[in-house]
Design a protein around this ligand. Structure first.
Ligand SMILES: [Zn+2]
Ligand SMILES: [Zn+2]
Length: 731
């Protein structure tokens, strides 16, 4: 046997261990490199973690690696260290965490090749040659002219902006020997726009405070009312970091209306940025990852997993709308991107900037503990402050497609003054309840404890949890009666109602059912951009992250459900949504108005909304959490199990609870369960949970570190599987 060493590999499996393989002594090994490994009957991709010269096992029983996939490691030492921390903190299997840190394109066995790009230049930069093209081929002339102005040449992406069919044109020009191309690996240098918007006094003051603190790790929370110009502060800070030759990661919530932001970043810094979000293909995201990694671009703008972008010279992380739920990954590896980002910044000794008009209670509590820098912005740079929230009492109202008469009157008044109206309704489809008028039968999902939603355009009843759908029955399946009715309002019905009532006003609906792509969204938003009078309706997609100055009225149709939710987070989420939605209006040169329909005007939360700002309400909510012993004043760890039968799930959790119970200090924790989960059956599986709650973080960590080694041995199977959720979002 040739001299060999033994190496530990991470494989993306829900197992809490590394896997050992034999590796040739002659092989130069670097941690973070991927290998193809024999595994069971087939092969698996593994990431090399470490090499040791000796092992306790008999050498011949350990299989050799099959092949190395990467010439260079795909994960840096820093990313491996971050993954290790995540795995320990969130109690997630190392292999799964490590693969989570890679773009999905590289999670299999595809070879990593640094992607260079082609750049085209004119062979002869004689203006006369180009002029000749003008009459014969206007399209070639157009590209020729652009290249004449860019003697350094242009990439495919740049040419595409001039002509979407650039490829054919460029090929024709190549065949005439007008163009030549070369491979480039060059950086796109930031071009800072020459004219910058004037800063308000508050913005200048805050920049003045943050800028001297950019050299080291610190968490900066920008707590500014809606429309207060936080983005401008981010852009100035990015500019400062770029000037130091550094790179920046800029995270935004999932989808949202980020086209505006992308345009703004481009206007400010040119093309020196890449974007990564869920409407891009796997390959496009991989390309963005690679461009940032090679330093070709300096800014990486994207959603949650963009946090795992690697580069040589990371100088700052920005997290906009830090309170947003989409930063929390709920499936697979469970982590919170904001919290991981803070850890990452700390490890690299770089600053992190969080921003929100409705900061999470977690962040507010952190500022109170005085470990973070807290900056307030209380004024909009534009003329009008965010509108106060007005309640519309709809107890005795007649409704038309979900809108009470006083609401319709406000809408009409704003349309008459050529304003734009935003209506928030967080319910897709036509109607949420379909019922037999005779016997009370309701359309239920076959796989979930949930009702099916009526989608009229699809002529179907659809489950929003598992996607199950069925035709709308003509008669009641239970009693045969033919009066099947629907109740409640979804965005589809609202759109239909508004269209027929206001035939001359464009009605734009934005939700997952109508927005399949970023381009579809963009087309819809152009209308808003134009400033013409229109109605925008939609789900949470329209609640945040956009800035259309012509919106003068925001309406929230159904806020009441959240008042009586079983979730302890419901009040926080509701208040955040209401302030975010109301803050979309009055950003231009006209005063805005914000109304909320409710049947419960006397409810303390509704009363508070009329009288107080977000910060005061948040302080009260935080106080309430403290009294109840809920996060962020305590930490929550939830073990969840799901199985084909409820009993199996409960038994699995009992097994886990027994092991936890053997740990010292277990009695210091509050534990609830095992109990069935709030929505017990989902996608055909029964779900249960066991919750640990404690304000004593050390006791909690200690119990977990004692018990986890034994718990990790409990196998998951397709029949019954379990997982653990640290800092669980909801109980
Ligand atoms: Zn019936
Ligand atoms: Zn379902």
């Amino acid at each position: 046997m040739p001299p060999s060493r033994f190496a530990a590999f991470a494989i993306a499996l829900p197992l809490y261990r590394a896997f050992e393989y034999r590796i040739d002594d002659s092989e130069a090994v670097v941690a973070g490199t991927r290998y193809r490994l024999p595994f069971g009957q087939g092969t698996r991709t593994g990431v090399l973690l470490s090499v040791s010269d000796s092992t306790d096992y008999a050498a011949e029983r350990i299989k050799p690696i099959e092949a190395r996939l990467d010439q260079r490691p795909v994960l840096s030492e820093h990313m491996l260290a971050l993954a290790k921390w995540m795995s320990e903190y969130y109690l997630q299997p190392t292999g799964e965490v490590i693969f989570q840190c890679l773009p999905s394109y590289l999670r299999g066995s595809r070879v990593y090749q640094s992607l260079r790009v082609k750049r085209w230049q004119l062979v002869d930069s004689d203006a006369d040659v180009i002029d000749e093209l003008q009459s014969r081929s206007p399209r070639q002339f157009e590209i020729g002219l652009a290249l004449l102005r860019q003697p350094g040449g242009m990439t495919a992406a740049q040419l595409k902006q001039i002509n979407p069919n650039w490829h054919a044109v460029v090929r024709a020009m190549e065949s005439k020997q007008l163009l030549r191309w070369e491979w480039v690996d060059a950086a796109v240098n930031p071009v800072i726009a020459s004219e910058l918007p004037r800063l308000s006094d508050e913005q200048s003051a805050i920049l003045g405070q943050i800028e001297p603190r950019l050299r080291h790790f610190a968490v900066h929370l920008l707590d500014g009312i809606t429309g207060s110009g936080k983005t401008e502060i981010y852009l100035r800070l990015i500019q400062a970091r770029l000037a130091d030759g550094l790179q920046v990661i800029y995270l935004v919530p999932e989808i949202g209306l980020t086209n505006q932001l992308i345009d703004r970043v481009r206007q400010r810094f040119g093309d020196c940025f890449a974007t990564s979000h869920s409407s891009l293909t796997e390959y496009q995201r991989y390309r963005a990852w690679d461009r940032f990694r090679r330093g070709e671009v300096r800014i990486m703008l994207g959603t949650r997993s963009t946090l795992f972008s690697q580069c040589e010279r990371l100088g700052m992380i920005i997290i906009d709308e830090e309170h947003d739920h989409s930063y929390r990954q709920q499936d697979g590896v469970r982590y919170h991107a904001r919290d991981v980002a803070i850890k990452r910044a700390q490890m690299l000794d770089i600053p992190i900037v969080l921003g929100s008009a409705t900061a999470s209670l977690e962040s507010i509590a952190n500022c109170e503990r005085d470990t973070w820098f807290h900056y307030r912005i209380d004024h909009r740079p534009t003329r009008y402050p965010p509108p106060p929230i007005q309640l519309i009492d709809v107890r005795n109202s007649r409704f038309e497609f979900g809108c009470a008469a006083p609401t319709l009157a406000r809408i009409e008044s704003h349309l008459a003054q050529s304003g734009q109206v935003l209506i928030y309704l967080n319910r897709r489809g036509f109607a949420p309840v379909v019922m037999c008028h005779e016997c009370g039968w309701q359309s239920q999902c076959r796989n979930c404890d949930a009702r099916l939603t009526l989608h009229q355009s699809l002529q179907t009843l659809l489950c929003h949890h598992c996607g199950f759908n069925q035709a709308i029955p003509e008669t009641c399946p239970d009693c045969g009666h033919d009066e099947i009715r629907h109740y409640g309002i979804g965005t589809e019905q609202l759109e239909q109602g508004l269209r027929s009532r206001y035939p001359d006003t464009p009605v734009l609906r934005v939700d997952r059912d109508v927005i399949s792509s970023r381009d579809a969204l963009k087309a819809r938003l152009q209308q808003l951009q134009s400033g013409e009078s229109c109605i925008l309706i939609g789900t949470q997609m329209i609640a945040k992250g956009h800035d259309y100055p012509a919106i003068t009225l925001s309406v929230v149709l159904d806020a009441d459900q959240a008042l009586f939710s079983a979730s302890y987070r419901a009040s926080e989420s509701l208040v955040q949504t209401l302030f975010q939605v109301s803050g979309r209006s009055g950003r231009g040169d006209r005063v805005g108005e914000a109304i909320v329909q409710t049947r419960f005007t006397e409810h303390p939360l509704m009363q508070a909304l009329q009288r107080q700002g977000y910060r005061e309400i948040a302080a009260d909510l935080l106080q309430e959490r403290r009294l109840l012993g809920f996060p962020p004043c305590a930490r929550a760890v939830i073990f969840r199990a799901d199985a084909l039968e409820l009993k199996q799930a409960l038994v699995k959790l009992e097994e886990i609870k027994t092991l936890l119970g053997q740990a010292r200090h277990f009695e210091r924790l509050a534990s609830v369960g095992p109990i069935p989960a709030l929505m017990t059956r989902r996608i055909g599986r029964y779900r249960a949970q066991l919750c640990l709650l404690s304000a004593d973080f050390q006791a909690l960590r200690s119990v977990l570190s004692q018990a986890m080694p034994a718990i990790q041995e409990i196998a998951s199977s397709p029949r019954v599987s379990w997982n653990v959720d640290v800092d669980a979002y909801d109980l």
